[in-house]
Design a protein around this ligand. Structure first.
Ligand SMILES: Nc1ncnc2c1ncn2[C@@H]1O[C@H](COP(=O)(O)OP(=O)(O)OP(=O)(O)O)[C@@H](O)[C@H]1O
Ligand SMILES: O=P(O)(O)O[C@H]1[C@H](OP(=O)(O)O)[C@@H](OP(=O)(O)O)[C@@H](O)[C@@H](O)[C@@H]1OP(=O)(O)O
Ligand SMILES: [Mg+2]
Ligand SMILES: [Mg+2]
Length: 310
């Protein structure tokens, strides 16, 4: 520091000392223990992320599933996406013994998303009509057994065709993502319950993936199934399996979209929705798949919620 044009050596030395102390005593690292499938580790924990995290003082350490969790760490955060009852018990027991650790997220809350009926229940209970738009869920029903009863059940429930048939349980397997589009109710008897039958909502072939990470929200566009016209519905019968149309490879962010289809849902609506769902679901790391009803500006449907997608 200069005083009257001269250098104050004492103050300068003091300053240097403080600085070197700051370098010798880096801020405490945040240690994140992770338990992920190898597929998830590969897609999420990329070397670049580890470097960025390290520079921000976050260290990722793999949890050894063959050793007691309490013997490992100490962790500040436990990040996990593994299925199975055993793991659920391990993590519940650990959280009880270590309430100071942030477990992302509680197994019970994650489990709620493993069923395609319960996952959307909280959205159905919301009333966001005063928030620049409306958020609904498609009409749907669960078929637990006896596929031969489906045509009658569908007619009785008054569900409108076409229908999307989805496995009731989402357990991380490829089979739980095997979806079908049904143009008539009779062909649905070919499918294997337990299933959710959900009304198909025309949405112009674009879907919004809304990622929620704590209080942060990030929205991306992905391609989706095209509209089904009345004419097509009259002409076509059968159930058709369709591939993972809205996977990461199907980004529509750089596509030249019709603005009435591609315009993102209004931010205030997303903020309200995210806040409500974070609270009601008790989760901090999830995504909502949303579509805009074709021909409307502000009527949205939530069709899927996923725990800790990439
Ligand atoms: N009710 C619906 N109306 C219109 N399109 C739908 C509907 N349900 C699903 N889709 C289409 O099918 C795709 C897959 O459906 P969904 O997201 O429910 O399955 P998922 O296997 O859980 O997908 P994810 O990979 O996101 O977990 C959606 O991205 C969308 O393109
Ligand atoms: O890897 P995971 O098992 O978590 O798979 C998830 C997958 O992520 P990935 O890209 O890492 O494969 C996600 O795909 P993208 O939309 O981002 O493409 C999404 O489909 C989730 O629903 C999957 O979760 P699951 O429903 O199977 O639990
Ligand atoms: Mg989805
Ligand atoms: Mg899903």
């Amino acid at each position: 520091m200069r005083i009257n044009g001269e250098i104050s050596h004492i103050e300068e030395e003091e300053e240097m000392q403080t600085l070197s102390l700051a370098i010798r005593q880096p801020e405490k690292l945040v240690v994140v223990g992770y338990a992920l499938t190898s597929k998830k580790k590969k897609s999420f924990l990329q070397p670049k992320l580890e470097v960025v995290a390290r520079n921000k003082g976050i260290l990722f350490i793999a949890i050894d599933l063959n050793r007691p969790l309490s013997d490992q760490g100490p962790f500040d955060v436990v990040l996990h996406k593994l299925s199975g009852k055993d793991w659920r018990e391990v993590i519940e027991d650990y959280q009880q013994k270590h309430p100071e650790v942030t477990v992302l997220d509680p197994p019970d809350a994650i489990h709620h998303l493993h069923n395609r009926q319960s996952m959307l229940q909280d959205v159905a209970d919301l009333n966001l009509s005063d928030c620049n738009g409306k958020v609904c869920i498609p009409r749907q029903m669960v078929i637990n057994k006896d596929p031969s009863s489906i045509p009658h059940e569908v007619t009785k429930a008054g569900l409108k065709l076409p229908l999307v048939a989805k496995p009731l349980v989402v357990d991380g397997t490829a089979k739980s993502h095997e979806l079908f589009l049904a143009y008539d109710q009779f062909s649905l008897s070919e499918l294997e319950p337990p299933l959710v039958l959900q009304e198909f909502v025309n949405h112009g072939g674009v879907l919004f993936k809304v990622y929620i990470v704590g209080e942060a929200i990030k929205v991306v566009r992905r391609f989706s199934l095209p509209n089904v016209s009345k004419r097509e519905l009259e002409k076509v019968t059968g159930v058709f399996r369709f591939p993972r149309v809205s996977s990461a490879a199907a980004s529509a962010d750089d596509a030249d979209l019709d603005p009435s289809v591609g315009e993102l849902p209004p931010r205030p609506l997303l903020e309200r929705l995210a806040r409500e769902l974070r609270c009601r679901l008790g989760l901090r790391l999830f995504n909502i798949d949303m579509i805009r009803e074709h021909g409307t500006k502000d009527v949205f449907y939530v069709i899927d919620i996923n725990y800790f997608p990439v």
